[in-house]
Design a protein. Structure first.
Length: 451
């Protein structure tokens, strides 16, 4: 290795002296060579050592080791008017809509769920005979101001009780048998056009299927940890060397490398604007609360976020769903409500331009099972919160009479594409024709969710 790198730095034959570690020293040596011989690069690198080989050969510094940066280009400067933000919260596992948005005056509910149904006296009254689970009490201010809407009997067009198939259908934005490969939010970003580095975000450790495609979103867990990591903590000289090495490479690696460095620098700047941890700002413990807190920071910093996804699992409650006094459903809903309430409070006036929609792959069967839980069903519930929302209950609801049910399930009388297409048109400004490209083969029929 000494022979390979010996003459890289014009003023330091022993390249190992250039950094505290061999990796840093090699990067700095390579960058110095680029600068020293910029007018004759091809000749300089023809000796068998290239920047591409350096970066691919195990000596490069990784970007946010467990976080993938896939931004292709930063089209606009931070601070550019975002024109509105849509946040999609996916509640994975098949949330029981009848425990969240409860048809309190339907006599069939107590017959089907004698031990787990939420009684009318405990509900937060909403509209049209429906009430919300009392664990959602932190959202009462939004209910009062008319900034919380609910849609019952929401579903995919196909009856499937498979988590994988239903989630895939929702996130692709089509029917279960559709051949579309990209996600619906990727197509939203394509229709929106250029934006900032942070225009498309996946929060957490798993990139949502809805963002997959050519829009190249960023995946991050936290702003503080979204940084370039090196063995010595990445000294300024190493960062400068990386920027030099990635500059001028006619390859996607060069563009993405520079974007990664730029995004990392911006993220650290945004992180410094908020010193209080998420819990001190009212968010619950855990990844979901931390993700919502990160989103609030970016939106307030005017980072240009247009769409973002956040996941929360644990909704597959086959056993011991619980009661309003405790249990899995109550605990999970408290987490959601506390995080969303803190998010709304932190955004303040910025909430006027932000809409949050919660969705789940399917609802649960109407009748409780023998384990005081519920099994996979069909129609579920979507909640929509934030600016521009028309509060109340929207969409078609036919009740729970035996003749109405679909094989024991709440029927899917409200197609999820009608919910989402209305939101992207009103919140993000897409035309009906553009919404048709986001959801191919579907003509949007707004439900009145957005004012």
């Amino acid at each position: 290795m000494r022979d390979t790198f010996a003459s890289l730095h014009p003023d330091c034959p022993d390249w190992r002296r250039l950094g505290p570690t061999q990796a840093d020293a090699a990067l700095r040596a390579g960058a110095a060579a680029v600068v020293a011989d910029a007018e004759d690069r091809e000749s300089q690198w023809s000796r068998g050592f290239t920047r591409r080989r350096l970066l691919a050969g195990g000596l490069g510094v990784g970007v946010a080791a467990t976080q993938l940066v896939t931004t292709r280009v930063s089209w606009a400067a931070p601070g550019a008017a975002p024109g509105g933000t849509l946040i999609v919260v996916f509640l994975r596992g098949g949330m029981d809509g009848l425990s969240v948005l409860v048809p309190a005056d339907d006599p069939e509910l107590l017959k089907a769920r004698p031990s787990i149904a939420v009684r009318a006296a405990s509900l937060l009254n909403l509209q049209r005979g429906f009430g919300m689970h009392p664990a959602l009490a932190p959202l009462v201010p939004m209910m009062t101001t008319g900034w919380l809407a609910a849609v019952p009997a929401v579903s995919t067009p196909d009856l499937t009780r498979s988590h994988f198939q239903a989630q895939d259908c929702l996130e692709r934005g089509g029917a279960a048998k559709s051949s579309m490969q990209s996600g619906w939010l990727d197509r939203v970003l394509q229709e929106l056009g250029p934006g900032t580095t942070f225009r498309g975000l996946g929060l957490g450790t798993r990139m949502s299927r809805s963002l997959l495609g050519s829009s190249n979103p960023i995946m991050l867990s936290s702003l503080k940890d979204f940084t370039v990591k090196g063995i010595d903590g990445v000294a300024p000289q190493t960062l400068a060397a990386l920027k030099t090495l990635y500059t001028g490479i006619d390859h996607p690696l060069g563009v993405q490398g520079l974007d990664a460095l730029q995004a990392s620098a911006q993220a650290q700047g945004y992180a410094k604007q908020q010193e209080k941890p998420a819990k001190e700002r009212g968010y619950p413990d855990g990844e979901f609360g931390a993700s919502m807190a990160t989103l609030a920071q970016l939106i307030k910093a005017k980072a240009g976020v247009r769409v973002a996804t956040v996941d929360l699992g644990g909704w597959d409650m086959h056993t011991d769903l619980g009661t309003v006094d405790g249990g899995d459903m109550t605990n999970s809903l408290k987490t959601v409500a506390t995080a969303l309430a803190a998010f709304a409070a932190e955004l303040g006036p910025e909430l006027d331009n932000t809409t949050v929609v919660t969705m789940s792959e399917f609802g649960r069967r109407v009748e409780q099972n023998a384990n005081s839980g519920t099994d996979h069903g069909h129609g579920g519930v979507a909640l929509v919160l934030g600016g521009g929302v028309k509060g109340g209950v929207h969409g078609k609801w036919e009740g729970l009479a035996p003749g109405v049910l679909d094989q024991g399930d709440v029927p899917g009388t409200n197609d999820y594409r009608d919910v989402l297409s209305e939101i992207v048109m009103r919140r993000l400004g897409l035309s009906e024709a553009q919404a048709g490209k986001v959801f191919p083969g579907w003509k949007p029929a707004p439900l009145g969710i957005m004012a």
